[in-house]
Write a protein that binds this ligand. Structure first.
Ligand SMILES: [Zn+2]
Ligand SMILES: [Zn+2]
Length: 262
C-alpha cells in the first residue's frame, strides 16, 4: 500500500502525507501543529502514528510547525545540514535524538519506504524535493522550483505520481500589485514554477509512466485552481492522443482526497 494526501498546500503553508503499510511520513510542516492535528482528525488518522517529518527547505511556509509537532509527538525530523542551520528557531525545539542529517542524492530508509532527496533550484540554503519509493512504485514531491533543468528531470521520470508546483500564471503576475522585486523573485530561475512550466514537465512525464499528478503550492494572488488545471490539461492534450491521466489541484485550506499509487 502506498498513498498520498496533500494536507495543505499554497504560499500560505505546505504539508503532504505519504503512507505505506508501515510508515506515515509528512513532507514539510508549513502550518501550525494545530492545523496538522485538525487534518489528522478529519482524515481519521492517528497523529501518534507519524514516523517522520522530511523538510524540503527552511522557508516558513514549509517549517512553521516542524519544531512544535516534533516536540509534542516525539517525531524524528530529516533534512540536510545547511537547512538545519538555516532554521534555528525550529532546531532548538526538536530533541537532539530526533535530529537526522541527510545528504542530497543519498538514499535512506524509513520503515518500508526508500527516500531520495534531490536538488531543486530555489532561493534557500539547500532546498530539495523527495522521491519516495515502495514496492517498485515511485512518488515525487517538489514545490518551490525556479525551473526544471535537464539535470533534475531524471528524478521525476518513472514516477507513478507527482506532486508538482504550479505557482503562478505569468500574465496575472505581471498585472498583480506585487512590488517589482517580488515579481522578479517569483519569476526568476530560483523562484517558483509557473503553470506553463509545470505543464511542460507533466506532459514529458506522461511518457515515462505518470498516471496521476497533483498541482500544488498555488499562489493565492497570482493563480486560480481552474487555470492551473486547464493549463496542464491543455498541454497534455496538445501533445498526446487519448491520455487518461488523473489531474487534481491541492487546496490551501483542507486535505485532498487520498491518491492510491498504482
Ligand atoms: Zn520557498
Ligand atoms: Zn514555499
Amino acid at each position: 500500500m502506498l498513498r498520498f494526501c496533500s494536507l495543505y498546500s499554497g504560499s500560505s503553508g505546505n504539508s503532504f502525507l505519504v503512507q505505506s503499510s508501515k510508515a506515515t511520513i509528512l513532507v514539510d510542516v508549513g502550518v501550525s501543529a494545530k492545523k496538522i492535528e485538525t487534518a489528522f482528525a478529519d482524515l481519521e488518522l492517528d497523529i501518534n502514528s507519524i514516523s517522520a517529518i522530511l523538510v524540503t527547505h527552511e522557508h516558513s511556509d514549509h517549517v512553521k510547525g516542524v519544531g512544535t509537532l516534533s516536540k509534542k509527538y516525539n517525531i524524528p525530523v530529516y533534512t540536510n545540514r545547511k537547512t538545519w542551520l538555516a532554521m534555528p528557531s525550529e532546531i532548538e525545539k526538536v530533541n537532539e535524538e530526533n535530529r537526522h542529517y541527510i545528504e542530497i542524492g543519498n538514499k535512506f530508509n524509513i520503515e518500508d519506504l526508500e527516500i531520495i532527496p534531490f536538488p531543486i533550484p530555489h532561493d534557500a540554503a539547500c532546498p530539495c524535493g523527495y522521491n519516495i519509493l515502495n514496492s517498485g512504485k515511485k512518488i515525487s514531491i517538489a514545490t518551490d522550483i525556479g525551473h526544471v533543468s535537464k539535470d533534475i528531470m531524471p528524478y521525476f521520470e518513472n514516477s507513478s505520481f507527482v506532486l508538482l508546483e504550479a505557482n503562478y500564471d505569468p500574465e496575472i503576475l505581471r498585472y498583480s500589485p506585487y512590488p517589482r522585486h517580488l515579481k522578479y523573485r517569483i519569476d526568476s530561475p530560483t523562484g517558483h514554477l509557473s503553470n506553463a512550466s509545470c505543464s511542460k514537465v507533466v506532459s514529458h512525464l506522461v511518457d515515462s509512466g505518470l498516471n496521476s499528478v497533483m498541482l500544488g503550492h498555488l499562489s493565492k494572488e497570482n493563480n486560480f485552481p481552474e487555470l492551473a488545471y486547464q493549463t496542464v490539461l491543455n498541454e497534455i492534450n496538445s501533445t498526446h492522443d487519448n491520455m487518461n491521466i488523473d489531474i487534481s489541484v491541492a487546496s490551501r485550506d483542507f486535505p485532498s482526497k487520498f491518491i492510491d499509487i498504482k
